[in-house]
Ligand binder design. Sequence first.
Ligand code: ARG
Length: 587
Amino acid sequence: MTLIDELSATVGEGFAAAGLDVQFGRVKPADRPDLAQFQCNGALAAAKAAKQNPRQIAEKIVEALRNKPEFSELTIAGPGFINIKLTDDYLSERVEKLADSKNFGGWATPDPEKIVIDYGGPNVAKPLHVGHLRSAIIGESLKRIFRFVGETVIGDIHLGDWGLQMGQLITELEIRQPDLPYFEEGAAGPFPTQSPIKLSDLEEMYPAASAACKADPARAELARHATKALQEGRPGYRALWRHFVDLSIAAMKHDYDDLGVEFDLWKGEAAVDPLIPELTEDLTKRGVIEKSDGAQIIRVAREDDNKTVPPIIFINSKGAVGYHATDVATIVDRKREINPDRILYVVDARQQLHFEQVFRAVDKAGYFEEVRLEHLWFGTMNGKDGKPFKTREGGTLKLRNFLDMVTERAKQRLTDSGFAEGYGADETLEIARKVGMSALKFADLSNTRTSDYIFDIDRFMAFEGKTGPYLLYASVRVRSLLAKAEAAGAGAPGPIIISEPEERDLALLLLAFAETIRETHTRRMPHILCDHAFGLAQSFSKFYAACRIVDEADSAKRASRLSLVKATGGQLDIALSLLGIDVPERM
Ligand code: ARG
């Protein structure tokens, strides 16, 4: 139970004693932390319902709760708000339980589900670029948060490995190297197991191929032909496709590895292509698919729509299978292979209509309930000009170069601030990588998922303020403090006795963790967890400045404070790991 739930239940008893609904007992953190810790506004609503005076009701509730051991102060403010303060004994006991718990006061969902998270979504042959960052960072964090609360989660990268771009690449290679065995008419293989081109060739070929197809209709027609032949299973093209995919995956694994992002499944669009004929037949038979101008479509508009939701084109008039159909088939495939309760898509805001159409279509088809499909969209990372982040020359920046730039900045920062003194080159680089990554990830996640934000490396990298490096520093400081205590023979952490205001504030924050996790999970919003982690680090800092710890003379106080330090460190480290942030050994 979260602290808020527990307090609400107790205050609810007060309402019940006054013959009122327990629901009115809902407690929340105080709007004015200078006056109280929590407040309950239920007397106002109860008064309205019972047509009574709210202040009188509040007085009755306060009277009924007078002897509860958890409250040190219950006062009535304004028309009937109940202000609440907790006793130090109650806080101490609650925090002690937290310090002993495995998840440092986290929260577990009462009804865990099996969930697929679809995130990453890179396309074969296109190197990862900064546009892929947010899906990776947010998706990874949500995956970890969902696992932490007890859900079974399968992360699927859902590669873009099918469709026109593959035909464009095949055509491009055929023009460049027509004598390769893959292009021989009627060749059935086997084909060489070694790829005829390198990754760098592939990355160079992709923009060349798509530009050529844009410029020349005949070339585009060739690419369409090749795509069709590939989809129909022409062996030479299939073999080439495999090479392209393998080269790309190896490069992507490297990049995602550096980002600390890990997928359980590396499935792609191609994997569900074999399902399309069977689904087309089923959907046609049941009247879900209609024919329109030679295409096969599914209408998804609804009477109460306040915007136009166009039909999805399942198969176009040229017989090609597009993005919508692939996503429908992927849902069917996941249902068959994994049977999840829910599927989450961490894909940017521009695809909102796409997913709305797909979700409606599968619901209409009876394949998957719309309410169990969620598009968790996100805003754009912009440059200082307010437009999507680009290189100085206006090009898209490869993720690899971007991450190198961030690490370089972090190294500079560490050197300038003297943090790197006395560390060897390897360790300095390792710390710089972690500092850089923490700056990037925390900045991204601490912005509300659905908002755009401006990339400002200097601000993100600061060691003061609401930044990743500040949190890393806090975590490292806790660790070194505990090591120092041990080295000084300060004794073991012991029973918690709260008496100072800074201890009280820290205790309240530690106890808010469960509510934080629940909110983060319910709203699928990592920034809530970021706010908590930052608040905790700040509160720790104040506690550290105000209270003696290792050199506290009173051994009971010292043991209690060491427990607080340990609990803070444990909770902070959990929060950071849920955000996908790695902490260096020292810095
Ligand atoms: N590859 C797609 C793109 O680049 C993103 C895939 C997102 N996931 C999905 N199931 N549609 O736009």
